[in-house]
Write a protein that binds this ligand. Structure first.
Ligand code: PMV
Length: 339
């Protein structure tokens, strides 16, 4: 069987029998950002953004992306980020146009107004919530009535981690096996953890030198340490899922921190080396480890950037804030934010 391109798969299978033209003039949607506790690092297939392993994240409540779509009469899509129009060939606008091209006829043009409620300087992966919100907004604009599982596959085609950004709470993205990725989708876990806190610690606003897409490719292709990653990532994913079910914060936090540090080790061993940390990142890590020595249970995780995300529980919130006055504390399970 010849392999379908992503556009063929989206139009002929995912959206089979559904509208490819907008059914209303305007829609809005919101999707939260997410932080992986067990990371996605490395693709087994690039055009479909298919991961080597599964991953598991927690969504960031009201820190995410609000998107408004309007049908316009114009030669090109118009993309606004936080109120400012982006050049069509700039990174995010170009990625959005490519993704929209998977299913929109050439004469359909949209004005896309995307607003991140995540401080831009935090360098959080806004592409995850961006493509999550786009998938929800398109579902409404085109009248597809797709379920969230299908929307998760669509969001993944924009950015892998976007597959996890459609839900609040703990979300697991299963790697899947199919070459067209129909089984590489995320789903929400039933467990809730009202005491869990995620602290966003912006230590440096230095812009990301290497995108996660490029960084992953370089690591998979050149890092000898990557050979051990899939086995560890799969084991960590299972451990974290069990720890969530058991409400075992120590096991969850230790495994999440170890997982992030191991991912960074694979990056450091790439060539040319990939070091996302800044001196301020390392200084903040040492403060976290010092806090732990003093009996304050706080763990860290990091993604493809210099900033830290802290994991702790409500009873340690004051102590974490005293050590890191600039920390932005998120309560993932006490959300008032709903669709
Ligand atoms: O979805 P992408 O291509 O931005 O990659 C995300 C990669 C990490 O943030 C480092 C890990 C993850 O699982 O979110």
């Amino acid at each position: 069987m010849t392999k379908l391109t992503p556009a063929q798969w989206v139009q002929d299978e995912l959206l089979a029998g559904r509208h490819l033209r907008p059914q209303v003039e305007q829609t809005t949607a919101y999707a939260p950002a997410n932080i992986a506790l067990s990371k996605y690092w490395g693709k087994r297939e690039a055009s479909y953004n298919l991961p080597v392993t599964g991953s598991l994240s927690v969504s960031l409540d009201d820190h995410g992306t609000h998107t408004q779509l309007c049908v316009i009469d114009a030669p090109e899509h118009q993309v606004y980020l936080n109120g400012e129009q982006l050049a069509p060939d700039s990174g995010f606008a170009a990625k959005l146009a490519t993704w929209l091209g998977l299913f929109t006829p050439a004469d359909v043009k949209l004005r896309i107004d995307t607003r991140n409620s995540i401080p831009t300087a935090a360098g959080l992966a806004s592409s995850a919530s961006g493509f999550g919100a786009m998938s929800l907004a398109c579902n409404a604009l085109f009248g597809w009535q797709l379920d969230y599982t299908s929307l998760s596959a669509l969001a993944r085609l924009g950015s892998g981690s976007a597959s996890r950004s459609l839900w609040h709470g703990f979300v697991k993205w299963q790697a899947g096996e199919a070459s067209n990725g129909h089984d590489s989708v995320a789903y929400v876990l039933p467990e809730r953890w009202p005491q869990l806190r995620v602290g966003i610690l912006t230590v440096s606003s230095a812009s990301k030198a290497v995108s996660s897409r490029e960084g992953m490719g370089r690591t998979v292709n050149t890092s000898k340490l990557y050979e051990q990653w899939p086995a560890q990532a799969n084991a960590d994913l299972a451990t974290i899922e069990q720890a969530i079910m058991a409400g075992d914060f120590t096991r969850m936090g230790e495994t999440a921190e170890h997982n992030a540090m191991s991912m960074h080790a694979t990056m450091v061993a790439a060539w040319p080396p990939l070091v996302y940390w800044q001196p301020e990142s390392v200084a903040a890590m040492q403060k976290v480890w010092q806090l732990r020595k003093e009996g304050v249970e706080v763990y860290l995780t990091m993604d493809a950037g210099p900033n830290l995300k802290l994991l702790f529980e409500a009873h340690n919130e004051a102590k974490v804030q005293a050590t890191f006055p600039q920390v932005d504390v998120i309560r993932p399970f006490t959300s008032q934010v709903h669709e």
